[in-house]
Design a protein around this ligand. Structure first.
Ligand code: NAD
Length: 478
């Protein structure tokens, strides 16, 4: 027996969890359950994290967590528990298979069989946001080398383990040259270690368009957190329904399994919801726990039930489906099919030893990091960048001088365009000339000068080079 933690969540959560547990128990899952309460009720009781301290203890003790979707209340102050769990427990990899069930579930993409592997801990989901001026709020996009290495290596290991032929990387590194650029660079580095697996890179916008149009050309897709979130909902929906796809969140020690969809509050309490997403999550969990024959039995019975045309409302099609059923009846039909295999759809056969363990991340020798200047961000209500440049004229030292002003990243001084729309959020770049390096004292002098001259500084960023390589972006138009 293995002890796991479960949470029934909100909205349709309790119904789909009950259905899922009924099916896996009937299939002979060797599991004992500790149930914890998370989500809306906990949030609204004044706990902004949506989970009590004792519940963390249970999750960490059991290491494996099967979680139904939860509702994050709208409005400020509530942090998404899903994101918190993934990050607290180091669940760096989010695996989302999206497979067509043609001809039994309506789809325009009969040959689609994609696994989206989404980075799960960083990117814009770092959740670091600040309002800095009346008009501008920022969200920090953080991308790390260990984060990229872990997820990219996981994607290639996954492809190897499950006999997949190709890994495609999606980024937007034509625009975000530093952050997405690092992801792409790490992808290229790690791909060389897997010569037997084809690899390719697509810019996310055209890649997403291609995936929505001809998903059958993709196999395993690896991408950053936000892109993966959006892409996997699209992939699940075009494969048949968001209600069909499950998700495994894998870390070095712990793992969490769930459906990819949310709590669908409008469908709650009506015995309508499709439990397949959470059931698929549970199948991945059983495989992860080494209970492969149970995972195989449940998955094949589920395929057989879909083949029989027994469908919940979201996948029911007149003429194609034989019977429209509710959550409970769908679960009972799967239970009745336990031990059977699909006839037309390909049966699955989970093998043992499919758990993926990565080598520990090894820190590299730190690079030589040198300072070349500072970006000082300023809150200023004027509209003419030349006027701001004049105001900043008194700021500077013999080492660093104002070299550029941008507004929302576009260069507005020197030689800006009068057509460029400007907000009240300005970046003033102070740089040394000819690559001369400085120390941080310069920044203190600049900030003191700003203070004395009534300039409202809102934040600063250091301009570094690492091993002589410039490590900051130019201004657009520079
Ligand atoms: P949602 O995924 O909950 O539902 C969108 C629509 O998809 C539903 O109205 C329904 O028509 C359909 N749908 C989703 N799951 C279905 C199922 N199992 N069976 C049949 N139809 C299904 O998205 P939303 O409405 O944007 O979000 C609702 C709440 O869920 C929000 O509070 C959101 O924060 C939360 N959420 C939670 C998770 C999670 O717990 N992992 C993930 C996403 C959203």
């Amino acid at each position: 027996m293995q002890r796991i933690t479960i949470a029934k969540g909100d909205g349709i959560g309790p119904e789909i969890m009950d259905a899922t547990l009924k099916i896996i128990n009937a299939a002979g899952a060797q599991l004992e359950y500790d149930e914890i309460e998370v989500g809306e009720k906990i949030y609204l009781s004044g706990n902004s994290s949506g989970i009590a301290k004792e519940s963390w203890d249970t999750i960490i003790k059991n290491k494996v967590f099967l979680k139904a979707p939860i509702t994050t209340p709208q409005g400020g102050g509530y942090k998404s528990l899903n994101v918190t769990t993934r990050k607290f427990l180091g669940l760096y990899s989010n695996v989302r298979p999206c497979v067509s069930l043609h001809p039994f579930v309506e789809t325009k993409h009969p040959k689609m069989d994609i696994v989206i592997i989404r980075e799960n801990e960083e990117d814009l989901y770092a959740g670091i946001e600040h309002q800095q001026t009346d008009e501008v709020i920022q969200c920090l996009k953080l991308v790390s080398r260990p984060g990229c290495e872990k997820i990219v290596r996981y994607a290639f290991e996954f492809a190897k383990q499950y006999g997949r032929k190709k890994v495609t990387c999606f980024t937007k590194d034509n625009i975000m040259k530093q952050t997405d650029g690092l992801f792409h660079q790490v992808f290229d580095e790690i791909a060389t270690e897997y010569p037997e697996i084809e690899n390719e890179h697509w810019i996310i916008d055209i890649g997403a368009a291609k995936m929505s149009d001809t998903p059958e050309v993709f196999d395993v897709i690896v991408t950053l957190n936000l892109y993966g979130d959006v892409l996997s909902d699209i992939a699940a929906q075009i494969a048949g329904s968001v209600g069909l796809a499950g998700s495994a969140n894998i870390g070095e020690e712990c793992a969490m399994f769930e459906a990819i969809h949310g709590s669908a509050p409008r469908r709650a309490g009506q015995n309508l919801a499709n439990p397949s997403g959470l059931l698929q999550g549970a199948v991945m969990m059983l495989n992860h726990l080494g209970q492969n024959s149970v995972a195989t039995k449940v998955h094949n019975a589920w395929l057989k039930t879909l083949e029989d045309g027994i469908h919940t409302y979201d996948i029911y099609t007149e003429g194609k489906s034989s019977k429209k059923v509710g959550t409970q009846e769908f679960a009972d039909a799967i239970i009745a099919n336990l031990g059977k295999e699909p006839v037309t759809l390909k049966p699955v056969n989970y093998q043992s030893g499919q758990e993926i363990t990565l080598p520990k991340y090894e820190k590299r020798t730190p690079a030589k990091k040198e300072l070349l200047g500072h970006d000082i961000f300023v809150h200023w209500n004027g509209t003419d960048a030349n006027e701001l440049a004049q105001k900043m004229d008194t700021i500077g030292t013999s080492n660093v001088k104002l070299s550029m002003i941008t507004n929302r990243g576009i260069k507005v001084w020197p030689e800006g365009f009068s057509q460029t729309f400007c907000t009240d959020h300005w970046r003033c770049r102070f740089k040394t000339e000819n690559g001369k390096t400085i120390n941080k004292e310069e920044l203190i002098i600049l900030l003191q000068q700003c203070l004395q001259n009534g300039i409202d500084t809102i934040k600063t960023e250091n301009l570094y080079q690492f091993d002589g390589k410039m490590a900051f972006s130019l201004g657009q138009g520079q």
